[in-house]
Write a protein that binds this ligand. Structure first.
Ligand SMILES: C[S@@+](CC[C@H](N)C(=O)[O-])C[C@H]1O[C@@H](n2cnc3c(N)ncnc32)[C@H](O)[C@@H]1O
Length: 416
């Protein structure tokens, strides 16, 4: 038996639930949906990297989200590349892994604090429909913070400040945070919001600055874009480990990562973002360009039996969306296989969401696809999701039906 499988088999079944542990430190910076459990990533990567006969291990996370895996890789001295199609995710991953100079950060904090307290003149920021999402007094306070962030000369520090601003926006916007899709709060609730944006921003920059990376020099290269195109066109090397948690279905019907970040992105200056401004004009564009967002014909996945069985159990209308997702997903897995080094490992955490009340077996479909490429399954085990950083309901559909969050995840490990 493979040594990694042997070692993983020795863990008690509930070990991977990580009962009693919560996210802390740098992992708490920013606001991103469905982040991974840092302790789980730490343990998985420790076990796998220990068994690789290589001193300079490289890791790829093609769906890096908030960068949890990249931070853990850095802690373990593993150089990494992270890719995501959401510019807020890549900004957050950058801030969490970038090496900052402590004195520079502390000086920048005292400058921005005094600029905010002095009450400099500032322009009122605006974008289409801004008043739907922010009250007038909140717009004024956020504009003041935005103006002061722009006075900071260091781009890396501005990026840190934008992430802190996103936490202020999360707390003081009119968006109700009980779902990831944008929905305005009722008027009475909006009236109750107390404008403490500036005080809160000052608290957040101080608190978050305690957790930045001031010493670790392990490199983490964060790339904005579609992971398949980036792997095909930009990444010239092979990786020893590919460790990721992909989307579990198309964003609009699973988790709307784009909508959950769009209000933050609207306030961030374009020169500090890696995407085009066009991407941010509509609230829904990021989700539409993510895995499964475009119409696809069934080509690559027509012989994947576990997928075909599942398609047979759901309505025709839902089938079309599921096919869009799996055609893109197949290409992503193919690209991952292409850039995996010989004897390297793929570690994936996946969840089986429901479509038409039928569980979509993403775990078995992933296994079938990866095996069709010649990869060998090393280990598969489940964990219970005990602590959610997500609301109980993922999203509210037009017909007022809710989609419940997933209670279990599966970890699958492959080797080449
Ligand atoms: C399950 S989340 C990853 C969460 C991450 N592990 C964390 O701890 O935050 C999946 C991610 O895939 C990204 N994504 C979706 N389609 C993509 C694509 N075509 N290329 C790159 N990233 C994509 C989403 O933006 C989202 O951040």
């Amino acid at each position: 038996m493979n040594k990694i499988a042997e070692e993983l088999n020795r863990y008690p079944q509930d070990y991977w639930d990580f009962k009693g542990t919560t996210k802390s430190g740098i992992h708490n910076i920013g606001k991103y949906p469905a982040t991974m459990v840092p302790d789980m990533q730490y343990q998985l990567l420790s076990v796998v990297s220990k068994h690789l006969n290589n001193k300079n291990i490289t890791l790829l996370d093609p769906f890096c989200g908030s960068g949890t895996t990249l931070v853990i890789a850095q802690e373990l001295g593993i150089n990494s590349v992270g890719i995501d199609i959401n510019p807020y995710a890549t900004l957050l991953s950058f801030v969490k892994t970038n090496k900052y100079d402590k004195a520079d950060v502390y000086n920048a904090i005292s400058t921005i604090k005094s600029n905010l307290e002095q009450g400099l003149n500032f322009p009122i920021f605006d974008f289409y429909n801004i008043k739907k999402w922010f009250r007038d007094d909140i717009i004024k306070s956020l504009s003041q913070i935005r103006h002061c962030i722009l006075l900071e000369k260091s781009q890396d520090i501005r990026k840190f400040f934008w992430i802190c601003l996103s936490e202020v926006i999360f707390k003081f916007s009119n968006d109700r945070t009980s779902t990831f899709k944008l929905h305005a709060l009722p008027k009475q609730k909006i009236n109750l919001i107390e404008d403490k944006c500036i005080e809160y921003f000052i608290k957040i920059i101080k608190d978050n600055s305690e957790h930045l990376n001031y010493s670790n020099t392990t490199s983490s290269n964060i790339i904005y874009g579609d992971s398949s195109s980036i792997i095909n066109n930009k990444l010239k090397r092979e990786f020893d480990i590919i460790c990721t948690s992909p989307p579990y279905g198309d964003n609009p019907t699973t988790i709307t990562y784009g909508q959950a970040s769009i209000l933050f992105l609207k306030w961030i200056d374009s020169k500090d973002l890696s995407c085009s401004q066009e991407l941010l004009e509509k609230y829904t564009t990021i989700d539409k360009i993510s895995v499964g967002g475009k119409k696809r014909k069934i080509i690559n996945t027509k012989d994947i039996k576990s997928l075909q069985d599942f398609l047979g159990k759901i309505s025709l209308k839902k089938q079309a969306k599921v096919i869009n997702f799996f055609e893109d997903y197949y290409v992503s897995l193919k690209c991952m296989n292409k850039c995996l080094a010989k004897s390297g490992y793929v570690i994936m955490t996946v969840g089986n969401r429901s479509v038409d009340a039928v569980r979509q077996p993403l775990d078995n479909i992933t296994i079938e696809i990866l095996e069709s490429f010649g990869l060998k399954l090393v280990s598969k085990f489940n964990r219970n999701i005990l602590y959610k950083n997500s609301p109980l309901k993922l999203s509210l559909l037009k017909d007022k039906k809710t989609i419940k969050t997933i209670q279990k995840e599966t970890i699958i490990i492959f080797t080449k």
